[in-house]
Design a protein around this ligand. Structure first.
Ligand SMILES: [Zn+2]
Length: 116
């Protein structure tokens, strides 16, 4: 197995306990976080908007996967990594403060401006 940057010990322990996350899922979570990091980093090093949008779609899939592995409800309203793209022009802090209550999207954001 490839060495993980993100280790099970890096996971929030009380959350692991609260959500009863199995050891197997903890390892899967680490793989997901590694991939998430890499995907966002690659996007942020690029100026190719098609590539960046594609990376953003991958991150969305990963966010759903994270929710599943954490035994959380599968709910797009609680996603947060879509705000980590340098190309994103949506208000980051406002969105993080109101997770679960609907997104505030900047219509001029090249990544999310046309979200329905
Ligand atoms: Zn955006």
């Amino acid at each position: 197995m490839k060495e993980l940057k993100f280790k099970p010990k890096d996971l929030n322990k009380s959350l692991v306990k609260q959500q009863k996350v199995s050891l197997e899922n903890q390892l899967e979570l680490c793989k997901c976080y590694d991939l998430l990091d890499k995907t966002i980093q690659e996007a942020n090093e690029s100026t190719n908007m098609v590539f960046i949008k594609n990376q953003a779609s991958k991150v969305e899939v990963l966010e759903f996967e994270l929710q599943r592995l954490w035994n959380f409800d599968i709910d797009k309203e609680y996603h947060r990594y879509w705000l980590d793209f340098n190309a994103c022009r949506c208000p980051r802090m406002d969105n993080l403060e109101r997770l679960g209550y609907g997104r505030i999207v900047n219509l001029n954001c090249p990544l999310h401006g046309d979200d329905k």
